[in-house]
Ligand binder design. Structure first.
Ligand SMILES: Nc1ncnc2c1ncn2[C@@H]1O[C@H](COP(=O)(O)OP(=O)(O)O)[C@@H](O)[C@H]1O
Ligand SMILES: [Mg+2]
Length: 366
């Protein structure tokens, strides 16, 4: 059986015109771009930083090993749709990350012809929380229980808005009256809160995986290999520091409410005895993705909470490089046990290099 192809005919045609010797790795200047450029340079690629003209890119001067060889300024990120021919001319392969997808918006990102790392078909399953649930639960993962109707809130729940807003605007409720109060006092729109989810008490682990369809050794999954690159915990303001000021009830009286705005990432390792469960979850997600949409390729992250019964509850998946990999530009406590101790950014570049050598870009780009 031949290797699965994820590129459509348009992307295949564009790739056919690329000079394999002159491939340029591009990323949007934010999120994990330092790591992506650093990794690509280490693998010998030229790099290009796409940014909005108003963005201050001077900080790259402070990090020469991670500064793109060339900048590509635009008035607005959505101009990339009109200007992709210029990028195609330069033999560009785009490495997408969460900020690019968020700012460009999913429908625009899906329209890109510019060869992009990973399978774009994942977006239909990732960008909608109920489709995500079907995928993850279908892959055998536990998820926090969902409350369909706010009148049924009978335990602590987290009320979430749609789309990746970095936890902005979320609130915790413990009863229906809490919900009504939060909506009315915060002047919020009830219909924005499309997900009401059981609040899982435990420790948070954000697990960073890499799935390669190009290798059939190591931890075999589907037709390829599953790798565990690293893990992190998000630093979230103000929830992570709230306890210092008193109980949440006390704080409510002062009009202070928890928020979940990500400000950074903390490196982590997990108890070794939990690794079998970690791989089981990664495997379930990959296998189900192959069944649902032809398979995820490359980096993905499972966002989990582990309870004191040592059960993992997954509340979200992100199907590309996450900023949680940034603490590991020169490798992680897991990458150290693999062939080479490298970052996720470098792992992506190496995958592209390998695919060029094998003539298999159509299997990792879409
Ligand atoms: N069910 C849950 N139980 C406990 N904490 C949660 C739950 N779901 C999300 N969180 C917390 O809220 C944060 C943001 O939630 P998430 O669903 O990842 O939204 P976003 O799309 O903004 O990343 C998480 O990083 C985590 O700290
Ligand atoms: Mg999240």
């Amino acid at each position: 059986m031949g290797r699965r192809v994820i590129a459509d005919d348009v992307v295949k045609g564009i790739l056919a015109g690329y000079d394999p010797e002159k491939v340029v790795i591009a990323a949007y200047c934010s999120h994990s771009s330092l790591q992506i450029f650093h990794g690509a340079k280490r693998e010998g690629f030229r790099t290009l930083g796409i940014h909005e003209r108003r963005k201050d890119v001077r900080y790259y001067d402070a990090f020469p090993a991670a500064k793109p060889d060339e900048f590509f300024p635009m008035d607005s990120i959505t101009d990339i749709l009109d200007r992709q021919d210029e990028l195609i001319e330069k033999n560009v392969i785009l490495i997408p990350h969460g900020s690019l997808v968020e700012y460009l918006k999913v429908p625009n990102f899906e329209k890109l012809r510019l060869p992009t790392f990973g399978n774009k078909a994942v977006l239909a399953w990732e960008s909608d929380r109920s489709a995500q649930r079907e995928w993850l639960v279908g892959g055998g993962l536990l998820m926090p229980m969902e409350v369909k109707d706010p009148r049924d809130i009978d335990r602590p729940v987290l009320c979430k808005q749609g789309g990746a807003k970095g936890g902005r605007g979320f609130f915790i409720a413990k009863s229906h009256s809490d919900w009504v109060k939060a909506i009315s006092e915060g002047d919020l729109k009830a219909e924005d809160y499309t997900t009401i989810q059981e609040y899982i008490l435990g420790t948070r682990y954000y697990l960073h995986f890499f799935y390669t369809p190009l290798r059939d050794d190591g931890f075999r999954v589907g037709e390829g290999r599953l790798e565990l690159m690293s893990m992190d915990r998000r630093d979230e303001t103000n929830i992570d520091e709230m306890y210092k000021l008193g109980s949440q009830t006390e704080l409510k009286d002062m009009d202070i409410y928890p928020s979940f705005v990500v400000t950074g990432n903390i490196p982590l390792v997990i108890r070794e005895s939990l690794l079998p469960k970690v791989f089981q979850m990664g495997e379930g997600v990959v296998n189900k993705s192959i069944e649902l949409f032809g398979g995820m390729v490359g980096s993905f992250c499972l966002e989990t909470v582990i309870t004191d019964k040592l059960d993992f509850f997954t509340f979200e998946i992100s199907a590309r490089i996450v900023a949680g990999t940034n603490p590991y530009p020169t490798g992680s406590p897991y990458a150290a046990y693999m062939e080479d101790n490298i970052s996720t950014g470098q792992r992506i570049a190496r995958e592209i290099k390998e695919a060029i050598r094998m003539g298999a870009l159509e299997s990792i780009l879409s």
